[in-house]
Design a protein around this ligand. Structure first.
Ligand SMILES: [Zn+2]
Length: 244
């Protein structure tokens, strides 16, 4: 009995050590940065920034549903506050929602208080909508980040979520060019960036929606699973494995 107890003690001690080691590796001084998933898995993550938009987001959600795809929406807090129902619709369909700041500033040009306000106000908005936030994704506007931002994200248990394939839709391209950008270059593990801005931004996302009507069935036919960023990188299985 005594021996059994001692064995249990050591087993718990070793397990705790492994847990602390894993957490330290993932969430210590070095932040987790996500660029892409495994090149060995036939899967991609489609992502949509700057929404939700009352005009384009519902069309995109309908297309994702039609082709059995899930996506990650990197939303802006000010859009979330205006369109909470759209965030609920994104989540209801099994999509993921990440934080893309409140008002879309270039974070590297903001002071620390302003940066924190940008991240945390949107996080509170998402928390209130029941958006799972235990391992949270933050995508910086304009992909502008520095060591200070990475450090803040690490200490608040967030991942810096970037991308590996640019659809180019933000450049105002027509649908055929967006299709070519994506289907001509896509590979296993890609994180593809699109945009679903509101019309209030004077952004015309009709080409993005038109392009998705070709891109989604083509990716499906090629055997790609279209999953969320967290699923692509197995974030919930092992945060430590993502450490870079
Ligand atoms: Zn953006």
């Amino acid at each position: 009995m005594q021996r059994f107890r001692r064995l249990n003690f050591w087993l718990i001690f070793i397990l705790l050590g492994i847990c602390w080691g894993g957490l330290g590796l993932a969430w210590g001084a070095e932040p987790v940065t996500i660029w892409a998933g495994s090149p060995h898995e036939k899967a991609v993550a489609l992502t949509f920034d700057d929404g939700p938009s009352p005009v384009y987001t519902p069309q995109i959600l309908a297309l994702l549903k039609q082709y059995g795809a899930h996506a990650t929406f990197f939303v802006l807090g000010h859009q979330v506050e205006e369109n909470p129902g759209l965030v609920r619709a994104e989540l209801k369909d099994g999509n993921e929602v990440g934080n893309h700041s409140f008002g879309h500033p270039r974070m590297t040009e903001e002071d620390q208080i302003s940066r924190e306000r940008e991240v945390e106000r949107t996080a509170v908005d998402l928390d209130l909508l029941g958006c799972p936030q235990e391992l949270r994704l933050f995508r910086p506007p304009y992909s502008a980040y520095d060591e200070r931002l990475k450090s803040y994200l690490a200490h608040t248990r967030r991942c810096l979520a970037l991308w590996s394939l640019d659809s180019g839709d933000w450049q105002g391209l027509a649908a055929p060019a967006i299709i070519k950008n994506v289907l001509g270059r896509v590979k296993n593990g890609d994180i593809v960036i699109f945009h679903d801005n509101s019309e209030a931004d004077r952004a015309d996302r009709r080409p993005t929606v038109e392009a998705l009507k070709k891109i989604l069935p083509a990716l499906k036919a090629q055997g790609y699973r279209m999953v969320t960023v967290s699923e692509l990188v197995h974030l919930h299985d092992s945060g430590a494995a993502l450490h870079k």
